[in-house]
Write a protein that binds this ligand. Structure first.
Ligand SMILES: [Fe+2]
Length: 238
């Protein structure tokens, strides 16, 4: 399913996930938890395939459960929508294997995914709005993005790190904060009263399928649109 909801179609509480990377168990675990919280709608920041061993199963899971998703850099490379230069040999080998095993229907679905999406209120990108392969790690990376943004709430993936970067902008000045949630916790992405101050929030839900380093923790977030509350949920992947 590649048609995205506008704000009228979105429920008040929506799950946002990223980077499942062909890990069916990760998808099933997060889906069970999301369902147990009473959430019906899921948005994903891409990278359905790559690294993992179950690309068909994960793509089918997305199709069967109507999960709205954009593509990631691994998806685009599988679909010849991005150049292979600069990739490490391990990841590239898995891309070639993924391409060789994907069914025709799953390949067609993957290759039809949009690179990003936006409404007036939020946008979904894989790396960054200006460049979906760009990694957002530090203040200057985010600051460069501010002039490009179509919305003040940005959900992004690609780094596989649960991260929150927020800019408070007023009268040509800004204040900035970075949070790295490491346990279940909340953050707010909208100002409670209208004012000349603007809050821009970059929210990375982390990964549901491929934590980097020695960490086996997967994460997803629940976005409550009315209150602007973002809740991080952590769970053990294995
Ligand atoms: Fe990824």
């Amino acid at each position: 399913m590649s048609i995205f909801p506008d704000m009228e179609q979105l429920a008040d509480r929506v799950a946002v996930i990223a980077d499942p990377h062909a890990n069916l168990k990760g998808m099933e675990l997060c889906y069970e938890r999301i369902k147990s919280l009473g959430i019906e709608q899921i948005l994903c920041c891409g990278d359905l395939v790559g690294y993992g061993h179950e690309p068909n199963e994960v793509v089918e899971f997305f199709r069967e459960h109507n999960i709205w998703t954009i593509s990631g850099n691994h998806d685009r490379l599988v679909c010849n929508q991005a150049p292979p230069e600069g990739w490490n040999p391990f990841a590239l080998k898995k891309i070639k294997w993924t391409k060789s095993v994907l069914s025709e229907a799953n390949y067609a679905y993957l290759c039809a995914l949009p690179e990003n999406m936006t409404t007036d209120d939020y946008c979904l990108v894989h790396g960054a709005w200006s460049d979906s392969d760009k990694y957002l790690f530090e203040e200057k990376d985010f600051f460069e993005e501010l002039e490009h943004l179509p919305a003040t709430l940005v959900f992004y993936g690609h780094t596989h790190m649960p991260d929150v970067f927020q800019f408070l902008l007023a009268e040509g000045k800004y204040d900035y904060r970075h949070l790295s949630p490491s346990q279940d916790s909340d953050v707010y992405v909208k100002l409670l009263d209208r004012s000349p101050v603007m809050l821009v929030s970059f929210i990375n839900p982390g990964t549901v399928g491929y934590p980097r380093g020695m960490n086996n923790q997967a994460t997803f977030i629940i976005w409550e649109r009315k209150t602007g509350r973002i809740s991080y949920h952590f769970y053990d992947l294995f």
